[in-house]
Design a protein around this ligand. Sequence first.
Ligand code: NAD
Length: 462
Amino acid sequence: MADPATPFDLVILGAGSGGYACALRAAQLGMKVALVEEDKIGGTCLHRGCIPTKALLHAAELADGARAGAAHGILTTFDGVDTAALHARKDKVIGQLHKGLTGLIGQAGIEVVRGRGRLVDAGTVSVDTAEGVRTVSAKTVVLATGSYARTIPGVELGPRVMTSDQAMDLETIPQRVAVLGGGVIGVEFASMLRSFGAEVTVVEALDRIVAAEEPSISKHLTREFKKRGITAKTSTRVASVEADEHRAVVHLEGGDALEVDLVLVAVGRGPRSEGIGLVEAGVAVERGFVPTDERLRTNVEGVRAVGDLVPGLQLAHRGFAHGIFVAEDLAGLDPAPVDDVTIPKVTYCDPEIASVGLSADAAKGAGRDVETATYPLGGNGRSIIRGTTGSVTLVREKDGPVLGVHMIGLGVSELISEAQLAVGWEAHPEDIAPLVHAHPSQGEAFGEAAMLAAGRPLHAHA
Ligand code: NAD
């Protein structure tokens, strides 16, 4: 352990995606880093978010594959879920990544300070460790405490009412589920639980599910969910939830009620900014979030904030980008600020959703003259083979670059990389159209959308 009196260059509060990425990059750049964490290194993404849910969603895809086998000439049936094996597999994935991550942190010479940290002032964090309170001083403090699953006021959590934190470890697959909130978490869990055999109803206050995506994507998902037996009740608010050990009843405004075995509350994630000394140290907090300038500086000099704590998209990869940005900025590398618009978003329900950049409406709202080109996956060989429908839509500035890409269909999560290059590099469809895409691949659908936008379609009508 370093001499406690020796100040660090950087002390980071929270070892989730934003915090650990910042620590690793800062250590690479020669800084002396303390990383304060009260739980496991890796945070929500690794232990309660992205990784476990995607492991479960992969299992869900296998369940659907087993059901679909016969239609492809393969004699498989879906006979149920062995939840012990399901969670063992998921936990193995988490364990492998956690081991790799702690190895990286150790090798980088980052000092992990275990315990709950609190900002004392611009250069000081105090940590309640198992050995007592330790004071850590540094030139810069980075706040990276992330977010928590919000609940609905008046709705109490319990064995039949839970957030994604608990729903990740279900011991049995419930027969009937109500998912409150049709955002990213809501539709991912709805999709997964339906694949595992549950009857699922999604209750969404807004007039469409996945409301952060293009309206046509919400419409397609609603239709595909309906085919799969998932009901979406939109423009519907929850009045109250009653629950005992055996069942739960969700009372909806307007008088309807849903009797279910499980209620999943997925109404957004709130910033974890309470009880960490922010107000006492003079750090401005607005509706729980920590506002920053584009260089992620808070109102207090020497204190920066990254990830879900900062208003904007709540995504692990935004956290990574923020963390790396802060480390490089402190090292004087003058990195470009992280722009939320060019951050890709992927929702791993079936069908998947992937998008990056501006929607047509947002681009028009910003005064851009836009054109869109949509290529249906119904014309893409690999998508037909996989049995999925959907589309790839390019939004371009008239005679200008691709401003946004919006996709739906099983497999489009892997098309997002090319889409983000196009948006990030401000490529024109005319630049992409001549690039040869491998056949037969789902990536061809992106190439075809670019050909269409460039006015030279191959497998589509102009
Ligand atoms: P969200 O903001 O995406 O969706 C919450 C939804 O709940 C909204 O549509 C909202 O209108 C609705 N809602 C709120 N109160 C309600 C009520 N009382 N009754 C009915 N509906 C109500 O939030 P989330 O799905 O909880 O996800 C939290 C964050 O985590 C998001 O920012 C999301 O992007 C992120 N996340 C990302 C991924 C991914 O990248 N694949 C996966 C999971 C979570």
